[in-house]
Design a protein around this ligand. Structure first.
Ligand SMILES: CC(C)(COP(=O)(O)OP(=O)(O)OC[C@H]1O[C@@H](n2cnc3c(N)ncnc32)[C@H](O)[C@@H]1OP(=O)(O)O)[C@@H](O)C(=O)NCCC(=O)NCCS
Length: 181
Protein backbone atom coordinates (compact mmCIF):
# COMPACT_ATOMS: atom_id res chain seq x y z
CA UNK A 1 0.00 0.00 0.00
CA UNK A 2 1.69 3.23 -1.11
CA UNK A 3 1.54 6.64 0.54
CA UNK A 4 -0.39 9.15 -1.56
CA UNK A 5 -0.15 12.94 -1.42
CA UNK A 6 -2.59 15.65 -2.38
CA UNK A 7 -2.27 19.40 -2.02
CA UNK A 8 -3.15 19.36 1.71
CA UNK A 9 -3.21 15.68 2.70
CA UNK A 10 -1.21 12.50 3.07
CA UNK A 11 -3.05 9.18 2.62
CA UNK A 12 -1.22 6.28 4.20
CA UNK A 13 -1.54 2.97 6.02
CA UNK A 14 -2.64 3.14 9.66
CA UNK A 15 -0.15 2.59 12.46
CA UNK A 16 -0.85 1.46 16.03
CA UNK A 17 0.05 4.98 17.26
CA UNK A 18 -2.95 6.43 15.40
CA UNK A 19 -5.38 5.19 18.07
CA UNK A 20 -5.68 8.59 19.77
CA UNK A 21 -6.68 10.41 16.58
CA UNK A 22 -9.11 7.58 15.79
CA UNK A 23 -10.61 7.87 19.26
CA UNK A 24 -11.21 11.59 18.72
CA UNK A 25 -13.86 10.82 16.11
CA UNK A 26 -14.88 7.15 16.41
CA UNK A 27 -15.92 7.75 20.02
CA UNK A 28 -18.72 10.10 18.88
CA UNK A 29 -22.24 8.68 18.44
CA UNK A 30 -23.09 11.21 15.72
CA UNK A 31 -20.03 10.17 13.67
CA UNK A 32 -20.93 6.46 13.67
CA UNK A 33 -24.71 6.79 13.42
CA UNK A 34 -24.75 5.38 9.87
CA UNK A 35 -21.99 2.83 10.46
CA UNK A 36 -22.60 -0.85 11.30
CA UNK A 37 -20.95 -0.39 14.71
CA UNK A 38 -21.36 1.70 17.86
CA UNK A 39 -19.04 4.40 19.19
CA UNK A 40 -15.62 3.05 20.20
CA UNK A 41 -14.05 3.15 23.65
CA UNK A 42 -10.38 4.09 24.13
CA UNK A 43 -9.48 0.43 24.47
CA UNK A 44 -11.35 -0.45 21.28
CA UNK A 45 -9.49 2.31 19.41
CA UNK A 46 -6.15 0.83 20.52
CA UNK A 47 -7.26 -2.52 19.05
CA UNK A 48 -8.77 -0.94 15.94
CA UNK A 49 -5.60 1.02 15.10
CA UNK A 50 -3.52 -2.16 15.53
CA UNK A 51 -5.96 -4.08 13.31
CA UNK A 52 -6.02 -1.42 10.59
CA UNK A 53 -2.20 -1.29 10.59
CA UNK A 54 -2.30 -4.88 9.27
CA UNK A 55 -4.97 -4.23 6.63
CA UNK A 56 -4.53 -2.67 3.22
CA UNK A 57 -8.06 -1.34 2.71
CA UNK A 58 -8.18 1.33 5.44
CA UNK A 59 -6.34 4.54 4.60
CA UNK A 60 -5.48 7.09 7.28
CA UNK A 61 -6.10 10.60 5.95
CA UNK A 62 -3.56 12.99 7.55
CA UNK A 63 -3.00 16.72 7.38
CA UNK A 64 0.29 17.28 5.57
CA UNK A 65 1.25 20.10 7.91
CA UNK A 66 1.32 18.01 11.12
CA UNK A 67 0.43 14.42 10.09
CA UNK A 68 -2.66 14.41 12.31
CA UNK A 69 -5.15 11.71 11.28
CA UNK A 70 -8.38 13.59 10.52
CA UNK A 71 -10.36 10.74 9.00
CA UNK A 72 -10.19 7.49 7.12
CA UNK A 73 -11.12 5.97 3.83
CA UNK A 74 -12.08 2.37 3.18
CA UNK A 75 -11.24 1.20 -0.33
CA UNK A 76 -11.57 -2.48 -1.06
CA UNK A 77 -11.89 -4.67 -4.11
CA UNK A 78 -15.20 -6.51 -4.35
CA UNK A 79 -15.82 -10.13 -5.28
CA UNK A 80 -15.64 -11.54 -7.87
CA UNK A 81 -12.21 -10.01 -8.47
CA UNK A 82 -12.43 -10.22 -12.27
CA UNK A 83 -15.19 -7.60 -12.27
CA UNK A 84 -12.51 -5.06 -11.23
CA UNK A 85 -14.85 -3.23 -8.86
CA UNK A 86 -13.77 -1.41 -5.71
CA UNK A 87 -15.97 0.05 -2.97
CA UNK A 88 -15.21 3.34 -1.27
CA UNK A 89 -16.43 4.75 2.04
CA UNK A 90 -15.18 7.29 4.58
CA UNK A 91 -15.46 8.61 8.12
CA UNK A 92 -14.05 12.00 9.15
CA UNK A 93 -13.49 13.87 12.40
CA UNK A 94 -16.23 16.55 12.57
CA UNK A 95 -13.60 19.12 13.61
CA UNK A 96 -12.18 18.83 10.10
CA UNK A 97 -15.43 18.62 8.13
CA UNK A 98 -16.67 21.38 5.83
CA UNK A 99 -13.19 22.10 4.45
CA UNK A 100 -13.17 19.79 1.44
CA UNK A 101 -10.73 17.28 2.96
CA UNK A 102 -13.02 14.29 2.37
CA UNK A 103 -13.56 15.37 -1.24
CA UNK A 104 -9.81 15.86 -1.80
CA UNK A 105 -8.92 12.43 -0.37
CA UNK A 106 -11.72 10.59 -2.20
CA UNK A 107 -10.66 12.16 -5.53
CA UNK A 108 -7.13 10.93 -4.91
CA UNK A 109 -8.24 7.40 -4.08
CA UNK A 110 -10.47 7.27 -7.17
CA UNK A 111 -7.49 8.38 -9.23
CA UNK A 112 -5.36 5.69 -7.59
CA UNK A 113 -8.04 3.05 -8.19
CA UNK A 114 -8.49 3.84 -11.87
CA UNK A 115 -4.90 4.76 -12.77
CA UNK A 116 -2.85 2.39 -10.64
CA UNK A 117 -5.12 -0.54 -9.76
CA UNK A 118 -6.88 -0.71 -13.11
CA UNK A 119 -10.39 -0.43 -11.66
CA UNK A 120 -13.25 -0.72 -14.13
CA UNK A 121 -15.86 0.53 -11.69
CA UNK A 122 -15.95 2.12 -8.22
CA UNK A 123 -19.09 1.96 -6.09
CA UNK A 124 -20.38 3.41 -2.84
CA UNK A 125 -23.44 3.05 -0.65
CA UNK A 126 -25.00 5.45 1.80
CA UNK A 127 -28.15 6.11 3.79
CA UNK A 128 -30.51 8.62 2.14
CA UNK A 129 -30.74 10.84 5.28
CA UNK A 130 -26.91 11.06 5.31
CA UNK A 131 -26.94 14.14 3.09
CA UNK A 132 -23.29 15.08 3.59
CA UNK A 133 -22.30 11.61 2.43
CA UNK A 134 -24.22 11.57 -0.86
CA UNK A 135 -23.34 15.22 -1.53
CA UNK A 136 -19.70 14.18 -1.26
CA UNK A 137 -20.26 11.29 -3.70
CA UNK A 138 -21.90 13.66 -6.18
CA UNK A 139 -19.03 16.18 -5.79
CA UNK A 140 -16.64 13.47 -6.94
CA UNK A 141 -18.96 12.76 -9.91
CA UNK A 142 -20.37 9.44 -8.79
CA UNK A 143 -23.86 8.74 -10.18
CA UNK A 144 -26.82 7.59 -8.12
CA UNK A 145 -27.66 4.18 -9.59
CA UNK A 146 -30.09 2.72 -7.12
CA UNK A 147 -32.45 3.39 -4.27
CA UNK A 148 -32.98 0.21 -2.28
CA UNK A 149 -35.88 0.19 0.15
CA UNK A 150 -35.42 -1.30 3.61
CA UNK A 151 -32.68 -3.62 2.30
CA UNK A 152 -30.61 -3.81 5.47
CA UNK A 153 -30.38 -3.05 9.14
CA UNK A 154 -27.34 -1.81 10.98
CA UNK A 155 -28.86 -1.72 14.42
CA UNK A 156 -31.67 -3.38 16.37
CA UNK A 157 -34.20 -1.73 18.66
CA UNK A 158 -34.56 -2.33 22.39
CA UNK A 159 -36.53 -5.53 21.73
CA UNK A 160 -33.89 -6.90 19.36
CA UNK A 161 -36.01 -6.20 16.24
CA UNK A 162 -34.22 -4.91 13.09
CA UNK A 163 -34.32 -1.17 12.37
CA UNK A 164 -34.57 -1.45 8.59
CA UNK A 165 -32.99 1.28 6.51
CA UNK A 166 -32.82 2.30 2.84
CA UNK A 167 -29.70 2.61 0.72
CA UNK A 168 -28.56 4.85 -2.11
CA UNK A 169 -26.14 3.10 -4.43
CA UNK A 170 -23.59 5.14 -6.37
CA UNK A 171 -21.14 4.21 -9.10
CA UNK A 172 -18.59 5.61 -11.50
CA UNK A 173 -16.99 3.85 -14.46
CA UNK A 174 -13.42 4.21 -15.62
CA UNK A 175 -14.58 5.86 -18.90
CA UNK A 176 -16.59 8.44 -16.97
CA UNK A 177 -13.62 9.20 -14.73
CA UNK A 178 -11.31 9.65 -17.73
CA UNK A 179 -13.81 12.08 -19.30
CA UNK A 180 -14.02 14.35 -16.23
CA UNK A 181 -10.37 14.08 -15.16
C1 LIG B 1 -19.48 12.09 5.00
C2 LIG B 1 -18.45 13.11 5.47
C3 LIG B 1 -17.04 12.55 5.25
C4 LIG B 1 -18.62 14.39 4.64
O1 LIG B 1 -17.83 15.41 5.18
P1 LIG B 1 -17.83 16.90 4.55
O2 LIG B 1 -17.10 17.77 5.46
O3 LIG B 1 -19.22 17.27 4.17
O4 LIG B 1 -17.00 16.71 3.19
P2 LIG B 1 -15.73 17.53 2.72
O5 LIG B 1 -14.61 17.39 3.69
O6 LIG B 1 -15.45 17.14 1.33
O7 LIG B 1 -16.21 19.05 2.79
C5 LIG B 1 -17.22 19.50 1.90
C6 LIG B 1 -17.86 20.73 2.45
O8 LIG B 1 -16.83 21.70 2.66
C7 LIG B 1 -17.02 22.81 1.78
N1 LIG B 1 -15.68 23.16 1.31
C8 LIG B 1 -14.91 24.12 1.87
N2 LIG B 1 -13.72 24.16 1.25
C9 LIG B 1 -13.74 23.22 0.27
C10 LIG B 1 -12.78 22.80 -0.70
N3 LIG B 1 -11.56 23.33 -0.76
N4 LIG B 1 -13.12 21.78 -1.54
C11 LIG B 1 -14.35 21.20 -1.47
N5 LIG B 1 -15.30 21.58 -0.54
C12 LIG B 1 -14.99 22.57 0.31
C13 LIG B 1 -17.97 22.33 0.71
O9 LIG B 1 -18.71 23.38 0.16
C14 LIG B 1 -18.84 21.37 1.50
O10 LIG B 1 -19.76 22.08 2.29
P3 LIG B 1 -21.36 21.85 2.14
O11 LIG B 1 -21.65 20.39 2.44
O12 LIG B 1 -21.92 22.78 3.13
O13 LIG B 1 -21.68 22.16 0.72
C15 LIG B 1 -18.63 13.44 6.98
O14 LIG B 1 -19.89 14.03 7.14
C16 LIG B 1 -18.54 12.22 7.89
O15 LIG B 1 -17.46 11.74 8.20
N6 LIG B 1 -19.70 11.71 8.37
C17 LIG B 1 -19.73 10.62 9.34
C18 LIG B 1 -19.38 9.30 8.73
C19 LIG B 1 -20.29 8.90 7.61
O16 LIG B 1 -21.50 9.10 7.69
N7 LIG B 1 -19.70 8.28 6.57
C20 LIG B 1 -20.44 7.84 5.40
C21 LIG B 1 -20.95 6.48 5.54
S1 LIG B 1 -21.78 6.01 4.02
Amino acid sequence: MPTLETERLTLRKFSAEDWKDLYEYLSQDKVVQYEPYDAFSEEECHEEAKKRAKQDFFWAVCLKENQKVIGNLYFQQQEPKEFLTWEISYVFNPLYCGKGYATESCREILNYGFDKLGAHRIVARCNPPNTSSWKLLERIHMRREGYLLKNKYLKVNGRGKPIWSDTYEYGILRDEWLRIK
